[in-house]
Design a protein around this ligand. Structure first.
Ligand code: IMP
Length: 423
């Protein structure tokens, strides 16, 4: 058996939660491999909307086991709130949620450091979700971090204190105004840790590889998007983990030759939340229309998302870096009513027309070159089969498939589980 991957191909918020939820019935295990509570995976079914942060999107299905892999960073406080949210729906998470001992812990001081670091950057700020992601991964690679497995050690509190004290000195070093009551934050942290310890901690790489040997099916659920990848994204306006396919191998401990299908998810247009370059961004009525119809507000921070036309140059790059084998196009319904749709098929860069993503994609370096396609009027939200698609939508899909050389297998026409059309 192989591990299938599900990855966002843009700047996050592509709708990964919804698709994992749709696909979960085909898998025994759903595993998160990177990121943390900066993610907000939205699932809608039976008229209720759920937003998951660190917990895999398979948690609502009866039989799936949900694994949080070593590549994830966990904030016990946010995590326990998430567990409480599940409790009201009668989800027996103790049975079907397991955590890698090697996953790193986000301490309250990591969050404070995130805030201090962003404040010190002024206008150059990343637009971080301020969940402590960057500082926690810095401690991981700097070999200072605390891990889930450390919670089982007798001297955890001393280890915690040593790291938190160091963080406080660093916060002072930033010399910016960050108000906090650490005692209060630590009280909440240790109470949450006590609840967290009621869950099962495992050596997840061992568990997953044994599961593969036992013919279990595994879906690895990515967070954020490929253009936020620490190596391949629009650095430094990125997150601090590898959001691309390779991150699933290091974040779960599965070998590259164990990867099967790579599902790539993209929106029929593009959005970005936070700072950083975005060549096809719209500042006109079209962008406002996408934001309004698409309800483009961050699931974690509530910030409005920037909107723009589909960027095929960036999408091709993401398909290549990830080795995508099947595509899923989300939010097709949002484009209903546009007379003409634009797709960016090349960039003007240093006087040349190029079709690959260059090192610098800031506004002053690249100008998008668009291909125009006729739009459609039909409301797609009530459709339930690809045979009902308007011709212009089929033309849009076929154009993308030809350019990307990968089939688009799912078209999503609304947020609900049922508004998912297989092709
Ligand atoms: P951080 O990972 O919270 O530090 O944020 C770094 C950048 O990634 C910021 O621009 C965030 O807005 C963006 N980001 C982080 N997580 C997500 C996500 O789940 N969806 C979309 N953008 C995200």
């Amino acid at each position: 058996m192989a591990v299938d991957l599900l990855l966002g191909l843009q700047w996050g918020d592509e709708g990964k939660g919804k698709i994992v939820d749709v696909l979960t019935k085909d898998y025994d295990i759903i595993a998160r491999f990177q990121g943390g509570p900066n993610a907000g995976h939205t699932l809608e079914f039976d008229g209720i909307k759920h937003v998951l942060r660190t917990i895999p999107s398979g948690i609502f299905h009866e039989n799936s086991i949900n694994v949080i892999g070593n590549g994830v960073v966990i904030d016990p406080v946010v995590f326990v709130k998430e567990l409480e949210g599940l409790h009201q729906f009668g989800i027996d998470y103790k049975k079907k949620l397991i955590l890698s001992r090697k996953a790193h812990l986000i301490l309250p001081t990591h969050r404070l450091l995130d805030a201090a670091s962003e404040a010190s950057k002024g206008k150059a700020k990343i637009g971080s979700t301020l969940k402590g992601i960057g500082p926690t991964y810095m401690d991981k690679t700097g070999r200072n971090g605390l891990r889930i497995g450390d919670l089982e050690l007798d001297d955890f509190k001393e280890r915690y204190r040593a790291l938190a004290d160091k963080h406080e000195a660093m916060i002072n070093f930033y010399n910016v105004d960050v108000q906090y009551d650490l005692e209060e934050l630590e009280k909440e942290f240790f109470e949450s840790v006590a609840t967290l310890k009621e869950l099962t901690f495992i050596d997840s790489e061992e568990f997953l590889n044994q599961s593969l040997k036992n013919n279990k099916t595994i879906l690895a659920e990515g967070a954020q998007g490929s253009l936020l990848d620490i190596d391949f994204g629009t650095y430094p306006f990125v997150t601090s983990s590898n959001t691309t396919a390779a991150g699933a191998c290091t974040g779960l401990g599965v070998a590259p030759n164990k990867i099967g299908e790579v599902f790539g998810i993209f929106k029929a247009y593009t959005t970005r939340v936070g700072s950083g370059p975005f060549p096809t961004e719209l500042f006109d009525g079209d962008g406002e229309k996408m934001a309004k119809i698409g309800n483009e507000f961050g699931a974690v921070t509530g910030r409005p998302r920037r909107c723009g036309w589909l960027d095929l140059v960036a999408l091709k790059y993401a398909v290549q870096v990830n080795g995508v084998t099947q595509l899923m196009m989300m939010k097709a319904d949002v484009l209903s009513g546009f007379k003409t749709l634009k797709i960016c098929t090349a960039y003007k860069y240093k006087g040349e027309t190029i079709q690959h993503l260059p090192y610098n994609i800031e506004e002053e370096n690249v100008t998008p070159v668009y291909t125009e396609i006729k739009g459609w009027d039909k409301d797609l939200t009530q459709l339930d089969a690809a045979g009902q698609f308007p011709k212009a939508l089929n033309d849009y899909i076929e154009f993308l498939e030809k350019e990307l050389n990968v089939p688009i297998k799912i078209v999503s026409v609304g947020p609900d589980r049922t508004q998912t059309i297989h092709r």
